[in-house]
Design a protein around this ligand. Structure first.
Ligand SMILES: Nc1ncnc2c1ncn2[C@@H]1O[C@H](COP(=O)(O)OP(=O)(O)OP(=O)(O)O)[C@@H](O)[C@H]1O
Length: 260
């Protein structure tokens, strides 16, 4: 059924055209995601993870193939603010309070003040920033900034949340905590998630499926199912099946590195 599919990528290619040479960043990439699915993209540097995310988010147009999100083009979804993006750097507006940063996409979408503030407060609670509504971004730690960025990305209740190494710059303990927050947010909201990560452990902890990519040109090497029980917790890492999946994933990843 079409409306149960989140993203559908068919035979996607993406070529960056340069003055001297072209780079084929993606070739023959096909992937179908179900609504509410959590998919991680992992692979060596340059295998096209960010490029794939950017195509899904309509920041780049495919050179070939097709991409649909809930049966529509990424352009239509982006213009309707049905796609949320979070990058490694939170990129909050320093002159707006945390609340006003989170409410910004709704403001740009023309939502009335009362509604957008109510939504922003709800999200502040969801991401664990209660008490920081009036704070300035510079008063937040790195982890708190990422929480605010996630809340902002969720403010328009997107169909798809795209995360490009959102926790890459955080220390391990903060990263563990935010992983658990993300798992909970995913459970509560039912949003479909695509996460780019360099950590197989993070991918196994959070995902329903792990897409292992390989470079030159960027393509899908293998898709691993991750059937670990939900809800996930840090205790999930103590399961023998967790370690099995990490080992399996690492083996697949190493094959990709053979092409680097
Ligand atoms: N704007 C650009 N112009 C030309 N080539 C680019 C551009 N952006 C990325 N590339 C090239 O496309 C390929 C895929 O890059 P991409 O950033 O998608 O990989 P990645 O897997 O996300 O890498 P990383 O893990 O280092 O972030 C690489 O060879 C990269 O050099």
């Amino acid at each position: 059924m079409v409306d149960e599919l989140s993203a559908e990528i068919r035979d996607l290619s993406l070529v960056y055209k340069g003055r001297h040479q072209n780079v084929t960043a993606l070739s023959e990439v096909s992937l179908s995601m179900e609504q509410g699915e959590f998919v991680s993209l992992i692979g060596p540097s340059g295998c096209g993870k960010s490029t794939l995310l950017r195509v899904l988010g309509d920041l780049l147009s495919p050179s070939g193939g097709t991409v649909t999100i809930k049966g529509r083009t990424p352009r239509a979804e982006r213009l309707d603010r049905r796609i949320g993006f979070v990058f490694q750097e939170a990129a909050l507006l320093e002159w707006r309070s945390v609340l006003d940063n989170i409410a910004l996409p709704l403001e740009l979408h023309g939502a009335p003040r009362k509604l957008r503030e109510a939504k922003a407060r709800e999200l502040i609670e969801l991401v664990g920033l209660t008490g920081f509504e009036a704070a300035w971004p510079r008063q937040l730690s790195g982890g708190m900034r990422q929480r605010a960025a996630i809340a902002r990305a969720l403010s328009t209740e997107p169909d798809l949340l795209l995360l490009d190494e959102p926790f890459g710059a955080l220390d391990q303990i903060t990263r563990d905590r935010l992983n658990m927050e993300l798992a909970r947010i995913h459970e509560v909201t039912g949003v479909s998630v695509v996460l780019v990560t360099h950590s197989i452990r993070e991918a196994v902890l959070l995902s329903d499926r792990i897409v292992v990519m390989t470079p030159r040109p960027g393509r899908i090497e293998r898709i691993l199912d991750d059937p670990l029980p939900r809800p996930r917790s840090l205790g999930t890492r103590l399961l023998p099946e967790y370690e099995d999946l990490v080992r399996n994933g690492s083996r697949e990843l190493e094959k990709g590195y053979a092409n680097v």
